[in-house]
Ligand binder design. Sequence first.
Ligand SMILES: Nc1ncnc2c1ncn2[C@@H]1O[C@H](COP(=O)(O)OP(=O)(O)OP(=O)(O)O)[C@@H](O)[C@H]1O
Ligand SMILES: [Mg+2]
Length: 230
Amino acid sequence: MLRVESIDLSYGASRCLRSVSVEANPGQITCVLGRNGVGKSSLMRAIVGLERIQGGKILWEGKDVSALAPADRARAGIGYVPQGREIFPFLTVQENLETALAAAPRGSKVPEEVFTLFPILKQFLRRRGGDLSGGQQQQLAIARALTARPRLLILDEPTEGIQPSVIKDIARVIRLLAREKNFAVVLVEQYYEFARELADRIAVMVRGEVALGGPIGELDDESVRRLLTV
Ligand SMILES: Nc1ncnc2c1ncn2[C@@H]1O[C@H](COP(=O)(O)OP(=O)(O)OP(=O)(O)O)[C@@H](O)[C@H]1O
Ligand SMILES: [Mg+2]
């Protein structure tokens, strides 16, 4: 499991995360909610090693990974789908997927399962990433993360700017990964409706802090909504 324990993160003099704790268990979906600019992406970047924390620790499968480089965290099973997708527009779909093999043992291939989850990618293997629609790019970004065979999948606003039919597809895949493949999933969302359908646990952030968190069944809808409108 993932345990983020009281982490602090500042950008220069500006405090971004203040004693933030969240957890994610195999087979479950943890949703991190919060309005624009509350620190959701910064928290994800801290977990994958793209930001250095100043306090607290990040435990993954019982080990403190706080000091590991991003590639070592990826090797330890932490997968990441960044906000805005960050696919390589001039590389083909195949090449985009292969970038995720850089840290894998030599001779590793893109797992066939990725194409079972997203059949459209198989069809578009030779297309450039930049020529895909937004929804297809998001599927590619998820597929790329899965290519490194993670056990924890972090998705930062995968539904942002995506049409409803593709959102449904993405929700189906996220659910399947957690329920059937036993992934621990951390999902960042701005929309409570989408999060509520998928989440086992939620953490609502307000100005760099977790203002409310816990198993979904123990949280009161109205309190969550109130924090998302402040
Ligand atoms: N590299 C950086 N340097 C300085 N400040 C930053 C940096 N990245 C983010 N911030 C600031 O930290 C705060 C949190 O940003 P962050 O991107 O983590 O929020 P967010 O909750 O993901 O927002 P959004 O919903 O818009 O994606 C914001 O005030 C932002 O301006
Ligand atoms: Mg963000």
